[in-house]
Design a protein around this ligand. Sequence first.
Ligand SMILES: NC(=O)c1ccc[n+]([C@@H]2O[C@H](COP(=O)([O-])OP(=O)(O)OC[C@H]3O[C@@H](n4cnc5c(N)ncnc54)[C@H](OP(=O)(O)O)[C@@H]3O)[C@@H](O)[C@H]2O)c1
Length: 316
Amino acid sequence: MDNKGGKMAKNEWTAENIPSQQGKIILITGANSGLGLEATRVLSAKDAHVIMAVRNMNKGKEAASKIREEYPKSQLELMHLDLADFDSIRKFSEEFHSKHSKLDVLINNAGVMSPPRREATKQNFELQFGTNHLGHFLLTGLLLNVLKNTHNSRITVQSSLVHKTKFYKADIHFDDLNWENSYNKNQSYSQSKLANLLFAYELDRRLKRHNIQTIVTAAHPGYSSTNLQKNFGFFVSLIGNSLIAQSARIGALPILRASTEEGLKGSEYFGPTRMGETRGYPEKVQSSDKSYNEDLARKLWDISEKLTGISYNFEE
Ligand SMILES: NC(=O)c1ccc[n+]([C@@H]2O[C@H](COP(=O)([O-])OP(=O)(O)OC[C@H]3O[C@@H](n4cnc5c(N)ncnc54)[C@H](OP(=O)(O)O)[C@@H]3O)[C@@H](O)[C@H]2O)c1
């Protein structure tokens, strides 16, 4: 097995545990690289129709053809989506609605980490908060009508261990959500990843309150070797990724488990359990106390609706 930790024990959850996904439509953001690409590969092998939502269509085509080489019968659909641009997200949603009337699983996976200098989205939000949280908040709200009407549907959110590591001091900085006064690349990333979890749990609570069957689950990949660490220079991106990080193949398992395991009730959070949750096979793990804070989640929800201009519709 591709686990640098050694032999696989019998009860370790792997891609082999995933039941057939035939007949399901699964949408993955950031599907051309790293964990999203790996999840796309596995779900294709399980016969899902996978919509690869990517911001760079050439990279998307390359990724799709790699998967098709391995699984010629893959049902892959490439669609353009730039989460750092609300107009692109709305256009994506229109195109999606014109083609599909159901969506079984939405996997909010795409992300950007720690640009050294503050960068902004098209609508001028700090890049990490704008892409990782606000972009997915808008996308999910626009697709909710289809999810609500798809039996047994699910939304799965990719967070990170840094939402609870002390060094990153994760919080929601309501006084300067967009890091205009003092930019800190790591705290901004951890804010966006805490926001992912606050959103996931709050959305799950709201769906339940409205007796909607769609559930929301979450995951984190530990430390996995992907393109995400490109902003961290030689040591982390080359040495750290090749010697310390686990492979994307293992790192994608938590999001795969969260998005496919049958019998989940909603609000489950999966991640690796070895070496401080940085590596290993996925199990249910505990997120920070802050991530379950309902006041914080409501406050973030209200401001996110205001900033994205979407009002979630939970009614029929
Ligand atoms: N790798 C880890 O150790 C780790 C740890 C904790 C959490 N995560 C989370 O895992 C998720 C996937 O990251 P990864 O490790 O697989 O990194 P990755 O290889 O860099 O993949 C990130 C994906 O997100 C896409 N993306 C970035 N900005 C986008 C935008 N504006 N619109 C649409 N797509 C966009 C990227 O597209 P391009 O290829 O065009 O850039 C890429 O497909 C992220 O949410 C990340 O925060 C990863």
